[in-house]
Design a protein around this ligand. Sequence first.
Ligand SMILES: C[S@@+](CC[C@H](N)C(=O)[O-])C[C@H]1O[C@@H](n2cnc3c(N)ncnc32)[C@H](O)[C@@H]1O
Length: 283
Amino acid sequence: MSSRADLLASGVATLTAAGIEGAPRDARLLLRWASGLEAAAFSARLSDSSPADETARFAAAIALRAARRPVSQIVGGREFWGRRFAVSADVLDPRPETETLIAAALDGPRPEAVLDLGLGSGCILLTLLAEWPETIGMGVERSPAALALARANAEAHGVADRAQLLEGDWFAPVRGRFGLVVSNPPYIPEAEVEALDPEVRDWEPMGALAAGPDGLADYRTLAAGLDRALAPGGRAILEIGAGQENDVAAIFAEQGFRLHAAHPDLDGRPRALEFRRSEADFR
Ligand SMILES: C[S@@+](CC[C@H](N)C(=O)[O-])C[C@H]1O[C@@H](n2cnc3c(N)ncnc32)[C@H](O)[C@@H]1O
């Protein structure tokens, strides 16, 4: 039996040879996951021998990571806004950038009802419902496998009774109006998919990533349908990709929405665009 420290060193070597950036961090995370130990206990017991089942789990995890599978998919979860969301190859790995949208939403008035278009793991809608215990929500997702995972996450976070999660194409299954509409739609131009990191290109669902030749196809659909889903005085907040601010603002302006704020991510880049109706509305 090898010690955990020896296993860790060999895992780091394998991942480094496979060209994984951050190999020591990933190997440590995977060994801790394989051990089932909490962070403090893991550090204290690094020189202990690793039991056979743990060693086998770690070896399998290192092989997957060397094949560029994201750590979140190997360990089956990801932390987002302080909560753990189950993650699989059927959903986008919740990104830290998307927390910009959460911060922007929570910074404004609490809506009675929120609509999330393109649920994925459900990280956006379910976080907002967990933060706003008096709010109800509706979420839409085209992929049945992603929807099933979002439903499991809703149960895990105790918000399932306030979340209506529906399968469908953007606004098609939506009924009613919402004080807040949020979405992190696919926004990568098709031609750029090939150049993405293998972790994303080879392991994340293409239907969560690519959006037509210019990456803006889904913003056009969302802008065109927003008027009938947004309550009077409501807000819409959408995540965007790098450099898309002006194009997306123009698409929404054409449909009668003005850019109220462009919320920057931790790198200072506009990441979440907040829209309101251009005219004071009395609907
Ligand atoms: C970029 S992912 C975002 C997932 C999640 N909201 C997040 O932020 O991690 C976009 C999601 O939209 C879904 N989607 C793509 N086209 C759709 C459509 N026409 N109708 C409904 N959902 C769609 C994808 O399956 C994917 O789950």
